[in-house]
Design a protein. Structure first.
Length: 274
């Protein structure tokens, strides 16, 4: 999307807005930061590395599995930018493993990064948020569709959805918007690592999107007031119907597995050619 296209769709320039982004060194995060810089945002990213090869951003060291580290990072951010316009929670990890085979650290890290860190960071940065600001949670379809084999990730994402919905009600009087985006699978190293570890075949019912497509949707979300954004109307309606009806979920799973296996074979063929 060209800059002029986004100006036309939002009706106002973004130049000078201050954004904090987690997960900025991942596939989606890097694409999002590039787009934000192109729109004139001042971007602060959280990273476990002191040196980050991303021109035009301010990196702040932070380990999202360490609550003390998050608090120190938040203090550093507020010292640099006492007023924030946008927070994008883009970081996430997944370790597919059946219940009964999960390691204690695997459980703790997924809950920490996928649920506790966004809550803790939001709590610490909220006093610096301007009226009219926007908090965006990059969630997952796992927040509305239970993934067998990734139960901890599913639990964290369900929890994150609940937090975002409650937060939206709390912040409405301050005119701070809260949005959640539920992308379909995205062609990133995280997805490839997930599948190597035995990830869900449902990721390939449709072919994974490229990171820049998802980044564009996140940026549009940052500049609009949508509460929950799905990749398609079908995804939204179907997943909510499965949540409401265990019978529908059980009937759908065999068909979804067939479609997922077919899609995964197509994905691997395409990947082998590149």
């Amino acid at each position: 999307m060209e800059k002029s296209d986004l100006n036309d769709s939002t009706g106002k320039p973004a130049t000078g807005r201050v954004a904090v982004v987690t997960g900025a060194t991942g596939g989606i995060g890097q694409a999002l930061v590039r787009r934000m810089i192109g729109r004139g945002y001042q971007v602060i990213i959280l990273s476990r590395q002191a040196q980050v090869d991303m021109p035009g951003v301010l990196p702040v060291m932070c380990d999202l599995t360490d609550m003390d580290s998050i608090c120190k990072a938040a203090q550093a951010i507020i010292q640099h930018a006492p007023r924030l316009d946008v927070i994008v929670h883009c970081a996430g990890i997944i370790t597919p493993r059946p219940v009964g085979q999960l390691g204690t650290q695997e459980i703790a890290d997924q809950i920490a990064v996928d649920l506790i860190a966004p809550i803790e960071l939001t709590n610490a940065l909220l006093p610096a948020m301007r009226g009219g600001g926007h908090i965006v949670f990059v969630n997952s379809m796992a927040a509305v569709f239970p993934l067998a084999g990734s139960s901890v990730y599913t639990a964290a994402k369900f929890g994150l959805r609940g937090f975002a919905r409650a937060l939206e009600q709390e912040l409405r009087p301050r005119r701070i918007r809260v949005s959640s985006i539920y992308p379909a699978s995205v062609n990133t190293p995280m997805l490839r690592h997930e599948m190597d570890a035995g990830g869900s075949i449902y990721n390939f019912i449709d072919q994974p999107q490229e990171p820049d497509v998802t980044a564009q949707r996140i940026l549009e979300c940052c500049e609009r007031g949508s509460r929950e954004i799905f990749s398609s109307v079908f995804d939204k309606l179907f997943t909510h119907a499965c949540l409401a009806s265990q019978g529908l979920l059980n009937l759908s799973l065999p068909v979804m597995k067939i479609l997922g296996r077919m899609g995964y074979r197509t994905y691997r063929r395409r990947s082998s050619r590149t």
